[in-house]
Design a protein around this ligand. Structure first.
Ligand code: T46
Length: 139
């Protein structure tokens, strides 16, 4: 599994840093929604789902957290600890976010509005979904 992490351009000067993110260039899709999570309680693990048709970029703009990515055959753990790093999370990818540091803020850019029907929240259903997709693609 290829993990795609972006290193965003930092516009730094003696005053500090600034990052600007534009759709279709820094963010590789049209941004239809932005959300963020903060005040995450100690020991909490979030996510536990995949999306059928949603691309996202996750940026830990303050603090750090870990993200487990699972495509049904392989798992990878990615640490997000720099405000200039973005993790691309494509369709058909199970994700869990955990190890949030105190005060962590996880910002997410999404390619679509919120649609509950796009979520796969059951892991066995997810495995069936990705297996079906790969059979359709490979005949
Ligand atoms: C994802 C990971 C990285 C909304 O009403 N609108 C929204 O756009 C979102 C994202 C959530 N909600 C509501 C639905 C739930 O009642 O906020 C509540 C918490 O959402 P959820 O339990 O889905 O949060 P996470 O952290 O498990 O997952 C979220 C995103 O939902 C998901 O798409 O990829 O962050």
């Amino acid at each position: 599994m290829q993990v795609v992490k972006y290193a965003f351009s930092q516009h730094g000067d003696e005053r500090g840093q600034l990052i600007a993110l534009e759709e279709y260039s820094d963010i590789p899709f049209e941004i239809k929604r932005v959300y963020y999570m903060y005040d995450t309680k100690p020991g909490v693990r979030r996510g536990y789902h995949a999306h059928k048709n949603l691309e996202q970029i996750l940026v830990c703009v303050h603090g750090s957290c870990d993200v487990l990515l699972d495509n049904g055959t392989e798992k990878k753990i990615v640490s997000l600890e720099k405000p200039y790093e973005g993790l691309y999370v494509p369709n058909d990818m199970w994700r869990e976010m955990y190890n949030f540091s105190e005060g962590a803020v996880l910002l997410v850019f999404a390619s679509d509005i919120y649609k509950e029907e796009d979520y796969i929240r059951d892991y066995d259903e997810f495995l069936k979904f990705v297996k079906k997709g790969s059979e359709e693609n490979h005949g």
